[in-house]
Design a binder for this molecule. Structure first.
Ligand code: SF4
Length: 308
């Protein structure tokens, strides 16, 4: 029987996602004519669908955009994409997160000072592609320890290590340690963003208290998948769900059913999806589960409880 529903103290939309959505909404409202978002504005189907319903187009290549306004998503793009869009006469509105832009600045500066950059991240992620495009000949992307260890010795080369904003902090700590052993002269630039760090710390507080964590987020959201992986490692069950519809009643049924469930959400997940998950869980418990919303780290306040 489900008795407790505990919400992660930090979850859901981050600053960069809120900003990108606001920029896209304002642009869609204020501009006449065709407005197209390049790539997904954020990695969440519900948000993407809402823009589609407002008549905002979606493209995955500048080649597919014929005119009007082009919005760059929070994950950013490489400079040649901007150039191509301008050559086509498109008006470009840039919603790249400032914390992704910070990586561009760091990379441009250190490459200008003769460094080669090792970037830890997913080579297929939009953010990584944008970063690499800023200095393609001076960046090597690695996505695992094995790839890092396979790199040359580079004894006489100035080296910098950067990281995807949404990387797992402890995985990056391992990469950093290995890299420093291999190249003692390496400079480390920890570019994991605050939103990621806070959401990962919150889930590490939450997961030991529960039998299962449900992370609300899209399968295409790197940070949501990571939160589910962290939960799985700590409490044994960390499940990524796109919406309340994916919750199965039999998880909570019988003597061995889940009693305490934690909820978190990726940085691109709108709050209404989290609220729907809480409502569904409450319904499954027959309105008896206590909902706990932590206010601050290590301090919890009861929000609503129909059990009282
Ligand atoms: S996860 Fe971090 S880097 Fe990415 S959009 Fe949010 S604040 Fe920006």
């Amino acid at each position: 029987m489900l008795r407790k529903i505990i919400l992660a103290s930090h979850h859901g939309f981050c600053m960069g996602v809120k900003r990108a959505i606001n920029i896209a909404e304002e642009t869609a409202r204020d501009m006449n004519g065709q407005v197209t978002i390049l790539n997904e504005i954020v990695h969440n189907e519900a948000v993407v669908e809402r823009f589609n319903q407002q008549g905002v187009g979606q493209a995955f290549s500048v080649d597919d955009v014929d005119g009007g306004v082009l919005i760059i998503s929070a994950h950013g793009v490489s400079p040649d994409v901007f150039e191509k869009a301008r050559r086509k006469g498109l008006k470009v509105i840039d919603a790249t997160c400032p914390l992704v832009e910070r990586i561009y600045v760091i990379i441009n500066r250190i490459v200008g000072n003769g460094f080669h950059v090792i970037h830890f991240g997913d080579p297929n992620h939009d953010e990584t592609k944008g970063i690499v495009g800023h200095a393609p000949e001076h960046i090597t992307v690695v996505s695992s320890k094995e790839e890092l260890l396979a790199l040359p010795k580079w004894r006489d080369r100035k080296l910098g290590l950067t990281v995807q904003t949404t990387a797992h902090s402890s995985e990056f700590a391992d990469i950093e340690k290995l890299a420093q052993q291999k190249w003692p002269h390496l400079e480390v630039f920890n570019t994991i963003c605050n939103a990621t760090t806070k959401r990962q710390a919150a889930i590490m507080d939450l997961a030991p208290q529960v039998d299962m964590v449900l992370v609300v987020g899209s399968q295409t959201s790197a940070n949501s998948k990571r939160l589910a992986k962290i939960s799985e490692a700590i409490c044994g069950r960390g499940i990524l769900i796109g919406s309340a519809a994916e919750i199965k009643e039999d998880w909570f049924a019988g003597k061995s059913g889940i009693e305490k469930v934690g909820i978190s959400a990726g940085a691109s997940t709108p709050e209404f999806l989290v609220e729907e998950v809480i409502e569904r869980l409450q319904a499954i418990s027959g309105g008896k589960a206590e909902v706990i919303v932590p206010q601050k780290k290590n301090r919890v306040k009861r929000a609503t409880s129909r059990a009282d």
